[in-house]
Design a protein around this ligand. Structure first.
Ligand SMILES: [Zn+2]
Length: 247
């Protein structure tokens, strides 16, 4: 497992990513690639190169990465990099079946479900509040949300969107992780082996890039929607979604 550099970036496309203040898109440039809105510099700074002064714009904007996503990525990194424990004879049968780093995959799937929650909450912000809460309550599983809810909201299949965004490989990868993770929690301990853990880490930047592309395709045009980093506003939506339905 040491072939993957310990110094690799776990932030992936989040590094330098901010929201466009006009259309809500996620972007890493000073001009929005979706609506063309140009950021206003907060101030100008002067630098001297080869004796000549140059004035450069300086921008101060909150990064899009939420504390929750940041924490999950940090936990994945720590789990991946920690030394493996020596295998004791009494645990050998278990060690042969299941990767010692199984938590990497579990944490990854938690991160993915969390990110999809952010995507759907942003998209549902356009609808009357009660409609959004009811739709999330009716479609609580990630499988139902990615299939029926996605198709209902966007009149498109998520696979077709990922294909169009040139992230077909990510769709197949997510299907594989979801299937193996389900096998694992239903009693098949060796469903998450070292190969799957490695693949999860290797494809993490691609999954995050695909999510950003999907977000920009389906979640722009509504500046009033919660920002991705606003965990508290998303949390309010979740708490209302968890209220019991009236009899
Ligand atoms: Zn924009």
């Amino acid at each position: 497992m040491e072939a993957i550099s310990r110094d690799r970036s776990w932030l992936g496309p989040w590094s330098g990513l901010i929201h466009c203040g006009k259309c809500h898109a996620l972007m890493s440039e000073s001009r929005c690639p979706c609506c063309g809105h140009a950021l206003e510099p907060d101030h100008w700074t002067t630098v001297t190169v080869d004796g000549r002064e140059h004035k450069l714009p300086a921008y101060i904007n909150p990064g899009a990465l939420s504390w929750t996503a940041h924490s999950l990525l940090g936990l994945m990194k720590r789990e991946w990099e920690r030394p493996l424990l020596p295998e004791e004879p009494s645990t050998a049968p278990l060690a042969k079946q299941c990767s010692q780093r199984v938590l990497v995959v579990i944490l990854f799937w938690t991160l993915f479900e969390y990110l999809m929650d952010q995507l759907f909450q942003t998209a549902l912000n356009r609808l009357p509040h009660g409609v959004g809460v009811d739709l999330l309550r009716r479609h609580q599983s990630i499988g139902s949300r990615m299939d029926r809810l996605y198709t209902m909201l966007f009149d498109a299949r998520i696979k077709a969107d990922l294909d169009a965004l040139e992230h077909s490989v990510v769709y197949d990868h997510l299907q594989k992780i979801q299937s193996r993770r389900n096998d694992f929690i239903h009693g098949n301990a060796d469903a998450i082996d070292d190969d799957l853990v490695r693949e999860t880490v290797e494809r993490l930047p691609d999954v995050q890039a695909a999510w950003v592309a999907l977000y920009n395709l389906r979640c722009t045009g509504d500046p009033s929607a919660p920002r991705v980093y606003e965990d508290e506003r998303h949390g309010e939506f979740v708490r209302q979604n968890e209220r019991p339905s009236p009899p």
